[in-house]
Design a protein around this ligand. Structure first.
Ligand code: NAP
Length: 293
């Protein structure tokens, strides 16, 4: 039975770990907050005391944590997975990290004899739990082949963008463009509200108009109703992704006015409600002009 370590059991990691159990893998888990592992332990997973313990003997190690700092801790910290991972084990970084971090981590783990692929994903927590994620891979072709058996439970759609880091480049532009759409939608809706438009008519018109991307369709009714229940993606994560994208873009393009403005807008949204639904960004722009003085 192949042995996999899953590190990071947030909204996404919980579902991903469950997929390995469903597929018959032997699963070791680690999460900073231990209670999040309870349901998976009841389904047959083993909880390790550290990422290093989870990685011991694993054929593959899959990480799904918040950001660069968390990824560094779980891989390279004093109790990190790299300390015990066996040579030839497949290291799969699914967290959305910065481009430079993906490159540095890949170099470090390859130097320790691991096979490394960067594999950020698109898809919401329900897609993680049902094995329907889209996997955005950066890897040498032979390394991707080694990783495939461990990717199969997570999703069938694998987009191989190029060498290590290339999956992260795509993921960052994807989430930057999403941030721009959501921040733009919030401002458009706030203008419509303050101008006194019939918001039901506005929503119907948006839905059937050319701006109706899946992001817009998802967030518009929630923003108008100010219903931010069942958050799937937080303001802090959206801000992090957009900021990482701008750092990458700064090395490639001379000017990024829209991207920079969006990072600033999501900075405000994060200060307002970091761990709530990203759509709450509308609350940072929807006050009438006189009340902001
Ligand atoms: P989440 O629910 O906020 O979970 C974050 C995870 O990171 C938790 O396991 C958390 O541990 C861990 N973590 C944070 N800081 C840590 C640290 N310093 N040391 C160790 N562990 C740390 O986030 P999520 O929605 O699952 O997202 C996880 C990753 O997937 C992020 O990179 C995100 O950008 C990406 N992503 C998310 C979605 C989505 O729809 N949610 C979609 C695609 C990609 P605790 O449980 O102890 O807090």
């Amino acid at each position: 039975m192949p042995q996999v370590a899953v590190i990071g059991l947030g909204r996404m990691g919980q579902g991903m770990a469950g997929r390995y159990l469903d597929a018959g893998f032997s699963v070791a888990l680690w999460n900073r907050s231990k209670a999040k592992a309870n349901e998976l332990i009841a389904r047959g997973a083993r909880l390790a005391a550290s990422p290093a313990e989870a990685a011991q003997g694993a054929d593959a190690i899959v990480t799904m944590v918040a950001d660069d700092a968390a990824s560094t801790t779980v891989w390279l910290g004093a109790d990190g997975a790299a300390r015990t991972a066996k040579p030839g084990a497949v290291a799969i970084e699914c967290s959305t990290v910065s481009y430079q971090h993906a490159l540095d981590l890949g170099r470090e783990l390859r130097g320790r004899g691991l096979v490394y692929i960067d594999c950020p994903v698109t898809g919401l927590p329900d897609a993680a739990a049902s094995g329907k994620l889209t996997l955005l891979v950066g890897a040498e072709p032979a390394d991707l082949e080694r990783a495939r058996p461990f990717l199969a439970p997570l999703g069938e759609t694998i987009r191989h963008f190029g060498p290590v880091g290339a999956g992260t480049v795509y993921k960052l532009i994807n989430n930057l463009m999403g941030a721009i759409q959501i921040a733009g939608l919030a401002e458009g809706l706030a203008i419509a509200e303050q101008a006194g438009l019939d918001m039901k008519l506005v929503l119907d018109s948006i839905k059937s108009g050319v701006t109706a991307s899946p992001q817009v369709i998802k967030h518009a009714p929630r923003m108008v109703a100010r219903d931010f229940s069942n958050a799937t993606f937080t303001a802090a994560l959206r801000h992090k992704d957009a900021a990482y994208a701008v750092v990458l873009a700064e090395s490639l393009l001379p000017d990024l006015p829209v991207s920079r403005a969006t990072v600033a807008a999501y900075g405000k949204a994060t200060a307002h409600a970091p761990d709530d639904d990203e759509g709450r960004i509308i609350e940072t722009v929807s006050r009438p002009k006189s009340s902001t003085a």
